[in-house]
Write a protein that binds this ligand. Structure first.
Ligand SMILES: *[C@@H]1O[C@H](CO)[C@@H](O)[C@H](O)[C@H]1NC(C)=O
Ligand SMILES: *[C@@H]1O[C@H](CO)[C@@H](O)[C@H](O)[C@H]1NC(C)=O
Ligand SMILES: *[C@@H]1O[C@H](CO)[C@@H](O)[C@H](O)[C@H]1NC(C)=O
Ligand SMILES: *[C@@H]1O[C@H](CO)[C@@H](O)[C@H](O)[C@H]1NC(C)=O
Length: 431
């Protein structure tokens, strides 16, 4: 059973690796505390792996082992549920949680006879923790929520959350695009028409950018005061290639990282997060094995050679509308860490190990999960006059992809920003 004695492990954002969360140093919120109501509402948008998801099994036609359930009476937490990552049940989890891509529509559906839902949309409860045990080791947006509440924010009123099915690429989840827009509209309306501050982490930025790109300048001016883009993987991450090829261990002592692969490679979000050719040009080797190198120009061959040709179709569908170079058209605060060893190139020394064994890694700079060039794109592509609205660049040396949300520098930066926005008498553009 997953209990309080479970090692303090946490899932991660590029789908699934687990990290220890350090104790949080206290950012000095109290100096902001005043009795007046905050004016700028906030919406939190989580990253890959950062939303709780529930499943119900309605009589699965097949299961990988006789001990895997085919039917459940009710919904149960499927993500994050460390209990299900045990050696005995990981195959059941993988088969219950994987997606099935249909090349005729470019869309995915759940594994047959599996129903999923994302609980708590609008509220923050399911994005404050990765799982519902509320052990501190699974804290996600919780430290930030606590600081904001101490400042005067109220959960589900001035502080909202937008959990979503992170398994899906943007094109594969139009419902969330419209739900996110509606949540922002409702939150603005419920707060005297004040536009929202969006705080997105990791893959949450990818889906938020896509939503903003679809809105008119007038809609954005009226509903979004600013986007705080934390660890945005705008160019993707080399790590996604490991999810596709060998499977990734989630940094927990999984006996078989390979067991996760059928799940990880079935996700249109994984396809979308593969290194983007705009950031990794043709000819720059990302994957090596004896006699063969692959760059972003050889993805189709890569998918053939790992025996997953469907991946080419998934990738093409996922990136077709993806335009990282098109700025969001709202004020942006780019916040990310750097200076940590991050996968830069995956190397299989023997073709006998390819692609099922874990590769060797050549390291790149980044936040441990996402490469620097991808993280830096937020300010590089959108700043420097690319959009009329200001773009700020705030980097934190040594801040890891997930732990950045618990770093005092991040919490302080966010509180300073929030304090400034709340002091405004009106949206600057509306003056
Ligand atoms: C959050 O607010 C919404 C809309 O006001 C409401 O429908 C919902 O019940 C609230 N959720 C919780 C957990 O209070
Ligand atoms: C693959 O790339 C490596 C490093 O750039 C190079 O040494 C090797 O010769 C290349 N192999 C092939 C088959 O192109
Ligand atoms: C699926 O995506 C590919 C790549 O963008 C596109 O060429 C094709 O027309 C799409 N198919 C459908 C049914 O949308
Ligand atoms: C943002 O800050 C980082 C770290 O100081 C720096 O390397 C990068 O060039 C900056 N980006 C822009 C667009 O100024």
């Amino acid at each position: 059973m997953l209990t309080q004695q479970h090692p303090p492990l946490l899932p991660l954002l590029l789908l699934l690796h687990l990290l220890l969360v350090p104790p949080v140093a206290d950012a000095s919120v109290l100096r902001y505390a005043d009795q007046s109501q905050p004016k700028t509402p906030i919406v939190l948008i989580p990253g890959d792996g950062g939303s709780q998801i529930q499943a119900r099994l309605d009589g699965k036609p097949s299961v990988p082992h006789f001990w895997c359930s085919k039917r459940t009476a009710d919904f149960y937490p499927i993500w994050l549920n460390l209990e299900l990552l045990n050696a005995g049940t990981v195959d059941c989890l993988v088969d219950d949680f994987r997606l099935v891509f249909d090349p005729a529509t470019n869309l995915t559906s759940n594994s047959p006879k599996v129903v999923t839902r994302v609980p708590g949309f609008g509220d923050t409860a399911t994005v404050e923790y990765f799982d519902d045990s509320k052990i501190s080791a699974s804290a996600y947006f919780n430290d930030l929520a606590i600081k904001l509440v101490a400042y005067g924010y109220r959960r589900n009123v001035t502080l909202r959350g937008a959990p979503f099915d992170f398994r899906r690429g943007v094109h594969d989840n139009p419902q969330f695009q419209s739900d996110l827009k509606s949540l922002i509209e409702a939150t603005t309306a419920a707060n005297a028409g004040r536009p929202c501050l969006l705080v997105a982490h990791s893959y949450g930025n990818t889906v938020t950018l896509a939503m903003l790109q679809q809105q008119t300048p007038d809609w954005k001016r009226r509903h979004v005061r600013a986007l705080l883009a934390v660890a945005a993987p705008l160019g993707g991450a080399v790590k996604a290639l490991r999810l596709m090829s060998s499977g990734d261990s989630l940094d927990i002592p999984l006996e078989r990282p390979l067991a996760m692969r059928p799940l990880q490679r079935s996700l249109t979000s994984t396809a979308l997060l593969m290194p983007h050719p705009q950031f990794w040009p043709a000819g720059e080797t990302l994957i090596s094995r004896p006699g063969r190198n692959y760059s972003t120009a050889e993805y189709d061959q890569f998918f053939v050679d790992i025996g997953y040709q469907l991946g080419s179709r998934m990738r093409a569908a996922a990136v077709a509308g993806y335009r990282p170079d098109l700025p969001p058209g709202v004020e942006v605060h780019c916040v990310y860490g750097y200076g940590l060893k991050t996968p830069g190139r995956l190397i299989w020394r023997s073709n006998a190990d390819w692609p099922d064994a874990q590769p060797d890694v050549d390291w790149d700079d980044g936040d441990g999960t996402v490469n620097s060039r991808s993280l830096a794109a937020c300010a590089d592509l959108w700043g420097g006059g690319a959009q009329a609205q200001p773009v700020f660049n705030f980097t934190i040396p040594g801040a890891e992809h997930l732990k950045i949300l618990h770093r005092p520098e991040f919490l302080q930066y966010t509180l300073d920003l929030v304090h400034r926005l709340n002091a405004e008498t009106a949206h600057p553009d509306a003056l």
